[in-house]
Design a protein. Structure first.
Length: 116
């Protein structure tokens, strides 16, 4: 059974940094690409960043490119989202996602609030 747990959210000021973690439990973490999404109430969940199975390839939404960095540690079954130069518009609940062979898996989310 796959389980994803996000941690690291909080309330920060514009320009600050946060480091989100997503802990995976289950089998074969290194077999899956991982993705971060975020969602503001009343809006659709949007793609933030993704990373390939071996970490060799990453992709970012234009809105976060150059400020956010996604990485993973397959030995620790963890994917990290390092968020620098945060802006108020980054305020959202952040989710990690695993697109499995039969279904999607989501964590419970972690709230990030950036004050101006």
């Amino acid at each position: 059974q796959v389980q994803l747990v996000e941690t690291g959210g909080g309330l920060v000021q514009a320009g600050d940094s946060l480091r989100l973690s997503c802990a995976f439990s289950g089998r074969s973490f290194s077999s899956y690409a991982m993705t971060w999404f975020r969602q503001v109430p009343g809006e659709l969940r949007e793609f933030v960043a993704g990373i390939s199975r071996d970490g060799g390839s990453t992709g970012y939404a234009n809105s976060v490119k150059g400020r956010f960095t996604v990485s993973r540690d397959n030995a620790k079954n963890t994917v990290i989202l390092q968020m620098d130069s945060l802006k108020p518009e980054d305020t959202a609940e952040y989710f990690c996602n695993l697109d499995g062979p039969y279904r999607d898996y989501w964590g419970q989310g972690t709230q990030v609030t950036v004050s101006s």
